[in-house]
Design a protein around this ligand. Structure first.
Ligand code: MLC
Ligand code: AMP
Length: 472
C-alpha cells in the first residue's frame, strides 16, 4: 500500500480535500500538482522544504514523497545559524519553495542550493513508482539538551504504522474533516496533521494561525492542538461551544493541564483525547475514541508499541500506578537514528534496543500511562515546541557582553513553560539579548525573559544548579 494511500487510490475526487487558509485543492489537483513537483525532483535523495503553513508546503512535501526523496522541513522562522545547520547537516540537494518566494538556498558561504519552485499552476500526469517502505520519508530536526538540533530519520514504514495505529485508536475515517493550525515542520502538524488525512482519506482544513475562532468556524469532526491552543480555546467560550459538533478533540506535544481538560469538557461536552509521542518515536501512547479519557493521563500503547519504566540503574519498575521511572519505548514507529550522529544515537538506546525517552512516567495496572515530567531540566517545552537549554545558552554566550548564561523553563500559564535566561553580563540589556538570540535561532527559542544576575548558583564542582533557578 502506498504511504499516502487514500490520496493515491481513492476513486472519489473530493473537491475540497485540502484547505489551507482560503485556498482549496481537490484530490486530483493535489495529485497533479504534487506529481509536477515529483517530476522536477526525479533522482534526488534529499530535498529541503521551506515549511511555511501554506498549500505550497503541502504540495511540496507530497511531491517529494512521491519522488521517493527524504523531506527536510525547514522552519520558516529559523534564524540564519539554525537554517544553515539544517541545510548543511542534512546535505539536502535542493530547496522547495513557493514560486517567486525570496528564499536563500545557500547553506552559508558554500555552493548555493538550487531552489525548485512549487507552482500551483503546474500539473503533471506522470507516474512515479511507490518507494520502498524502509526509505526515509522525513528528516526532522529536533533539539537535545545541548548543541545544535539533530536530524531524526523517519522511514515511510514508521509513519504508515503510526498513522494506521491512530486511525484505529481514534476511529479516524474518510468521513472525518481534520482541523488544526499547527506548524508544518514537526510530527504533530506535518505527520499527523497532513500525511494523516492523505493516508486515511479524510479532508484537511489547516486554519493558518491556530486562533480559537478559526477552529470554531472550520466545523471539523476531528481537531488537533497543543495544550497552549486548547487553553486559549477554553478561555474563549463562544469558540469552544462551537466545537460541540466535533467528534473528537485531541491534544498532544505537551501535558494538558487538568483545568483545561475540565474547562473544555464543560464548554464542548468533549473529554479531550490525549496522546503522547516524540519526534524520534512518533506517537506511541494514546487514549482511545471508544474508551475512557482521563485528565493528566495519556492512555495506553498504540498497536505494536511496547513500553517499560525503569529506575536509574535500568531495572524494571512495577506497573502499579505509583512507581516513577524513565519511560522506554520500542516498536515499529521508532526512528532509524540521528543523521551524522552515531554518538547521540548510541546514547539514546539501551543495549537491547529500547529508546530512552527522557520522560518520567508511571504506568497503572490497567496499562494507563501518566507523564510526570522530564528527567533533565535542559529540555524545555514551550507552546509545544521542544527547546534545548544548551542551544539557547550557546547563542547567548556568543554575545560579547555575556559572561555566563543558564537557561531554564519556568512554569507559564499559557505556554506550559517559558524560556527564561539567567545571565551574568557586562552592560547588556534583556531586550538586546532576546533580539540577539532571535537573529540566530528559531524565534520560539528566544527567551521570554532575561534575568540579569551577579552570579549563577553553582555546586562545589562549579556546575550550575538549575534546580535552584527553577525554584526562583
Ligand atoms: C514570542 N513572541 C515574543 C517572544 N516570544 N516576543 C518577544 N519576546 C519573546 N521572547 C511573540 C510572538 O512572535 C508573537 O508575535 C507573540 O509574541 C505571541 O507569541 P506566542 O505567545 O508564542 O503565541 P503564538 O505565536 O500564537 O504561538 C503559540 C502557539 C505556538 C501555540 C501557536 O507555540 C505553536 O504553534 N506551537 C506548536 C508547536 C508544535 O507544533 N509542537 C509539536 C512538536 S511535535 P506575533 O507578532 O507573531 O503575534 C511533538 C510530538 C508530539 O511534540 O507529541 O506531538
Ligand atoms: P518533540 O520531540 O517535540 O516531539 O517532543 C517530545 C516530547 O514532548 C516528549 O518527550 C514529552 O516530553 C512531550 N510530550 C509529548 N506529548 C505529551 C503529552 N501528551 N504529555 C506530556 N508530554 C508530552
Amino acid at each position: 500500500m502506498s504511504l499516502l494511500a487514500a490520496m493515491s487510490s481513492s476513486m472519489d475526487d473530493r473537491p475540497d480535500l485540502v484547505r489551507v487558509d482560503d485556498r482549496v485543492l481537490s484530490r486530483s489537483r493535489l495529485q497533479g500538482l504534487a506529481t509536477a513537483v515529483a517530476d522536477d525532483l526525479r533522482g534526488l535523495d534529499r530535498v529541503a522544504v521551506e515549511a511555511t503553513p501554506t498549500m505550497e508546503t503541502v504540495v511540496g512535501v507530497v511531491g517529494a514523497l512521491r519522488a521517493g526523496a527524504a523531506v527536510v522541513p525547514v522552519p520558516p522562522d529559523a534564524g540564519p545559524r539554525e537554517r544553515e545547520h539544517i541545510l548543511r547537516d542534512s546535505a539536502a540537494q535542493a530547496l522547495l519553495a513557493p514560486v517567486g518566494a525570496a528564499v536563500d538556498g545557500s547553506p552559508g558561504s558554500g555552493a548555493g542550493l538550487p531552489v525548485v519552485p512549487v507552482d500551483l499552476r503546474r500539473e503533471s500526469a506522470g507516474t512515479h513508482p511507490e518507494p520502498a517502505p524502509e526509505r526515509t520519508a522525513l528528516i526532522l530536526y529536533t533539539s537535545g539538551t545541548t548543541g545544535a538540533p539533530k536530524g531524526a530519520l523517519l522511514s515511510r514504514a514508521a509513519i504508515a504504522t503510526c498513522l494506521d495505529g491512530l486511525a484505529d485508536a481514534w476511529a479516524w475515517t474518510p468521513d472525518d474533516l481534520l482541523v488544526h493550525g499547527l506548524p508544518l515542520f514537526h510530527v504533530h502538524g506535518l505527520v499527523l496533521g497532513v500525511l494523516g488525512p492523505l493516508r486515511i482519506g479524510g479532508r484537511l482544513h489547516h486554519v493558518g494561525r491556530p486562533r480559537p475562532e478559526r477552529y470554531a468556524a472550520a466545523g471539523g469532526t476531528l481537531c488537533f492542538g497543543v495544550p497552549t491552543i486548547w487553553g486559549r480555546i477554553a478561555a474563549a467560550p463562544a469558540a469552544a461551544r462551537a466545537l460541540r459538533r466535533a467528534r473528537l478533540l485531541v491534544s498532544g506535544s505537551a501535558a494538558l493541564p487538568t483545568a483545561v481538560f475540565d474547562g473544555l469538557a464543560g464548554l464542548t461536552g468533549h473529554r479531550v483525547v490525549e496522546r503522547y509521542g516524540m519526534t524520534e518515536t512518533l506517537i506511541t501512547v494514546s487514549a482511545r475514541a471508544d474508551g475512557p479519557r482521563r485528565p493528566g493521563a495519556v492512555g495506553v500503547p498504540l498497536p505494536g508499541v511496547r513500553t517499560r519504566i525503569v529506575d536509574e540503574q535500568g531495572h524494571d519498575l512495577p506497573s502499579d500506578g505509583t512507581a516513577m521511572g524513565e519511560l522506554l519505548v520500542a516498536g515499529p514507529t521508532l526512528f532509524d537514528g540521528y543523521l551524522n550522529r552515531p554518538d547521540a544515537d548510541a546514547a539514546s538506546r539501551t543495549a537491547d534496543g529500547w529508546f530512552r525517552t527522557g520522560d518520567v512516567a508511571t504506568v497503572g495496572p490497567d496499562g494507563w500511562h501518566r507523564i510526570v515530567g522530564r528527567a533533565s531540566t535542559d529540555l524545555i517545552k514551550s507552546g509545544g515546541y521542544r527547546i534545548g537549554a544548551g542551544e539557547v545558552e550557546e547563542a547567548l554566550l556568543a554575545h560579547p557582553g555575556v559572561r555566563e548564561a543558564a537557561v531554564v523553563g519556568l512554569p507559564h500559564p499559557d505556554l506550559g513553560q517559558q524560556v527564561t535566561a539567567y545571565v551574568v553580563g557586562d552592560g547588556v540589556t534583556g531586550p538586546e539579548l532576546v533580539d540577539f538570540v532571535a537573529r540566530q535561532l528559531s524565534v520560539h527559542k528566544r527567551p521570554r525573559e532575561v534575568r540579569l544576575v551577579d552570579a549563577l548558583p553553582r555546586n562545589a564542582l562549579g556546575k550550575v544548579q538549575k534546580k535552584r533557578l527553577l525554584d526562583g
